[in-house]
Design a protein around this ligand. Structure first.
Ligand SMILES: [Cu+2]
Length: 478
């Protein structure tokens, strides 16, 4: 029956191990039936009280995720604000937006749309990554400022080729409502280095509601990335990645559709780990990510002559995010480790719009906001005894946001009272957490406490955490 979303995930089926194994007979000399000791977990399992680490290529129900938010929904604590058929906006414990740090290959790809049609996760195709790491709560300071909800990292972690050869992964998916996905991930190399190419395309048609009405929800997106790595030994890696993508999405609940979601990204990363001295690891990265997004009311629909926007209209927004990070890991015996470093990020947001079909392309870009931040961080882990851990982190950031809009928005624009104004602030944040593994049960109670420069102090329940002050300054561009 077509209305049932019965989808055939060829890749998923081929890659799945048998889930239902034959149950052994109950042990004869015990009253307890031990056959059911195995617990079947339908959501992602956590690796520590606050950290989840998942292989996004692992088959999942009902079908492979079309974007990062679709994948995150399977992790307890996450939900998503629906946004048509794809590009949902992830929410962790009630918080989203700038409070949830969303990283790909240690770089930030911030979308350009003021309506969040292109949140950072909409540019992620999970199956082309090797690792998804989620840190819940403001429990790390090493991945940039903010993160009061948590930190999400999609990572490509290409294994070194011990001898010359190649590896590949491919998937096909066909489903009802025109859902079809193609993904390929191929790499070839030798001990000295490798080249890897990942690409995917994913699409779905409009669906029909219970009354047989067609609901605008069609989408299509593609991504392609090429990675070249130099691996002189097992603990040293220099990796350059360039990538591009695009897509489109129809919306039933918006006055415009997303007709372009162009991405261009470049990341250069270096790491040297397990050095065996007090200075145990060095990591450095630089990145440049660019989002070029168009929303209009004529590419994927006809303008409604009786609606609020009877003529063709288009709005084009873009954002370039550049930044870098340098971190070192220090170890003193088995008891102390310290991660310390610096990071920096700059953003430029621009816009242009016009009535008429594609007339916006003839208009000049106008920058409306600039943001930047630079910070220093340190995170210490102390293990006073086996099973006990005390983790503490602190960071300080210098943040700036410049409002470049000459007029306010809306139906009746007025001169912008903060035009040309730059707001600067020095912001501090930190946390301290105690963890203890229980000897009697596979459980680890933990007691987290964190604070930001907005002078808030919380313990335990992170959902009451207010917006950090630096995040408020970013509202200039709204
Ligand atoms: Cu948009």
């Amino acid at each position: 029956m077509k209305r049932n979303a019965l989808c055939l995930g060829l890749a998923s089926i081929l890659a799945s191990a048998p889930v239902f194994a034959t149950l052994p007979a109950p042990a004869p000399d015990t009253d307890v039936d031990t056959r059911f000791d195995t617990v079947v977990v339908t959501a992602a399992a956590q690796t520590s009280p606050l950290t989840f680490e998942i292989d996004p290529k692992t088959p999942r129900q009902p079908v492979p995720a079309s974007d990062g938010a679709d994948y995150l929904k399977t992790i307890p604590g996450f939900s998503a604000i629906r946004n048509g058929g794809t590009n949902g906006d992830p929410v962790l414990r009630g918080m989203f937006g700038s409070r949830l740090k969303l990283l790909t290959n240690d770089s930030e790809m911030l979308g350009a749309c003021p309506m969040r049609m292109d949140n950072p996760m909409s540019y992620v195709s999970p199956e082309t990554y090797d690792k998804l790491i989620v840190i819940k709560g403001p429990q790390t300071v090493i991945w940039g400022p903010g993160s009061s909800a948590g930190t999400v990292r999609f990572e490509r972690d290409t294994e070194r080729f011990e001898q010359a050869g190649w590896r590949g992964y491919a998937g096909l998916l066909a489903g009802s409502w025109g859902r079809n996905d193609q993904v390929v991930d191929a790499s070839g190399g030798a001990p000295e280095g490798y080249v890897r190419m990942t690409a995917n395309r994913s699409a779905q048609d409009d669906y029909e509601d219970g009354d047989g009405h067609r609901v605008p929800s069609r989408w299509m997106k593609w991504n392609a990335d090429v990675e070249a790595g130099w691996t002189p030994d097992t603990d040293t890696r220099l990796v350059a990645t360039i990538g591009a993508g695009d897509g489109e999405a129809r919306y039933a609940g918006r006055g415009m559709d997303g007709s372009q979601f162009k991405r261009q990204s470049g990341v250069l990363r270096f790491e040297k780990v397990r050095m065996g001295r007090v200075l145990d690891a060095i990591e450095a990265s630089v990145f440049s990510n660019y989002a070029d997004h168009v929303m209009d009311n004529y590419s994927l629909r006809d303008p409604d002559p009786n609606g609020a926007m009877p003529m063709p209209m288009a709005s084009n927004v873009d954002r370039r995010t550049t930044g870098g990070r340098f971190a070192t890991t220090w170890r003193w015996g088995d008891s102390f480790s310290l991660i310390t470093g610096l990071d920096q990020q700059s953003n430029t947001h621009r816009a242009r719009n016009a009535p008429g079909r594609d007339v916006y392309k003839t208009k000049p870009w106008i920058a409306d906001a600039r943001f930047s931040s630079a910070g220093a961080f340190a995170e210490l882990t102390w293990k006073p005894a086996a099973g006990d851990r005390l983790i503490a982190g602190a960071r300080i950031d210098r943040a700036a946001a410049k409002d470049k809009r000459l007029k306010t928005g809306g139906m009746m624009p007025m001169p912008n009272p903060t035009a040309g104004v730059t707001r600067r602030d020095t912001l501090d944040s930190g946390f301290i957490r105690y963890e203890r593994d229980l000897a009697s049960a596979p459980a680890t109670p933990c007691m987290p406490v964190s604070a930001t420069s907005s002078a808030s102090l919380i313990s335990g329940n992170c959902s009451r955490h207010p917006r950090p002050r630096w995040a408020r300054s970013m509202r200039f561009h709204r």
